[in-house]
Ligand binder design. Structure first.
Ligand code: AMP
Ligand code: MN
Ligand code: MN
Ligand code: MN
Length: 295
């Protein structure tokens, strides 16, 4: 049972620390959902969304751990899409993750991710990284959705480069030896499955797509046209000027503003729940009538 209406309004009336974009080992995060929730509590996060790449496998455990740790959980997913050859991530919040349409979509994405992961593995084998696919799978949670982030962790473990970022840049980024072009669905398909399962669609980390303003505005227009309702305005590794710019865009286009760290693991410059502020001119996503907490 989710918390709705009057009780929800009471909770949201307090100053709360929200982190609405995080990962567990069900995709490319370090922690299990249970560990992630406990870690969030230690970081004084009050309201946490788990948004693994193309899977909802961790949500039931996160909800359970939310009850044990006295922290509110929001259901979520981060769906990979293609838009004019750009890999755009769409976060879905407050979804019914057991809805048959979501389960079917996830099954389809899982097949695509497995095919791609095996192909990346074969390419890395050729560079001398034996059992790349098998070892990468073994490092993640059971049945995890494997991303290039998992392969970056594997390569780092093998000492392929000094940092995970460098492993990514040298082996996995577009044009590199281990790169495999993805075959994701388009944005309308992602938005539809999110909305059909009761959720709110959010453009993830709009500042990270290396697009100029014209293209970012085009993205927002296309996203809105198919029913998208929110965008991330506040994230980590962000200059105040970028946050301000995104807040202006969200109010100009009438999109609700979300905030999340995109936490995968501790880094010196990013931690769960830290540095998230939504400027006053933007309307926070928790004001959306469909916003709800699971526990
Ligand atoms: P994929 O969806 O399989 O193309 O993988 C995307 C994921 O790779 C992102 O969600 C990140 O977790 C990870 N990633 C992207 N850039 C980097 C980087 N520079 N270093 C480490 N991981 C990265
Ligand atoms: Mn990731
Ligand atoms: Mn992303
Ligand atoms: Mn993410």
């Amino acid at each position: 049972m989710s918390i709705v209406d009057t009780e929800l309004q009471k909770i949201l009336a307090w100053p709360q620390r929200f982190d609405l974009h995080t990962h567990s080992h069900c995709s490319d995060g370090k922690y299990s959902p249970k560990e992630l929730v406990a870690y969030a509590r230690s970081k004084k996060v009050d309201i946490l969304a788990l948004t693994d790449h193309d899977t909802c496998n961790g949500l039931d455990d996160a909800i359970l751990a939310g009850k044990e740790n006295d922290i509110h959980i929001v259901t979520g997913i981060e769906i990979s899409t293609l838009w004019h050859s750009n890999q755009i991530h769409i976060v879905g919040l407050c979804i019914d993750h057991h809805h048959p349409k979501m389960e079917e979509f996830i099954r389809m994405q899982y097949v695509k991710r497995e095919e791609r992961a095996k192909e990346i593995g074969r390419k890395l084998e050729k560079c001398g990284f034996h059992n790349a696919y098998e070892e990468t799978k073994a490092m993640a949670g059971d049945g995890a959705c494997i991303t290039r982030g998992n392969y970056a962790a594997f390569l780092y473990e093998k000492g392929a480069a000094l940092t995970m970022d460098r492993c990514f840049a040298q082996y996995l980024a577009e044009g590199c030896i281990g790169y495999v072009k993805p075959k994701w669905e388009d944005i309308p398909t992602a938005v539809k499955v999110i909305k059909d399962t009761g959720g709110i669609a959010v453009i993830a980390h709009p500042g990270r797509y290396k697009m100029n303003n014209k293209w970012l505005r085009r993205l927002i227009v296309d996203f809105k046209e198919c029913g998208g309702e929110a965008m991330e305005v506040s994230g980590t590794m962000q200059q105040p000027a970028e946050r301000d710019f995104l807040a202006n865009l969200s109010s100009e286009y009438g999109l609700y503003a979300s905030c999340g760290t995109d936490f995968h693991r501790e880094k010196s410059y990013v931690d769960l729940g830290c540095n998230l502020v939504i400027p006053e001119k933007a309307t926070p996503i928790w004001c959306h009538p469909k916003f709800k907490l699971e526990v």
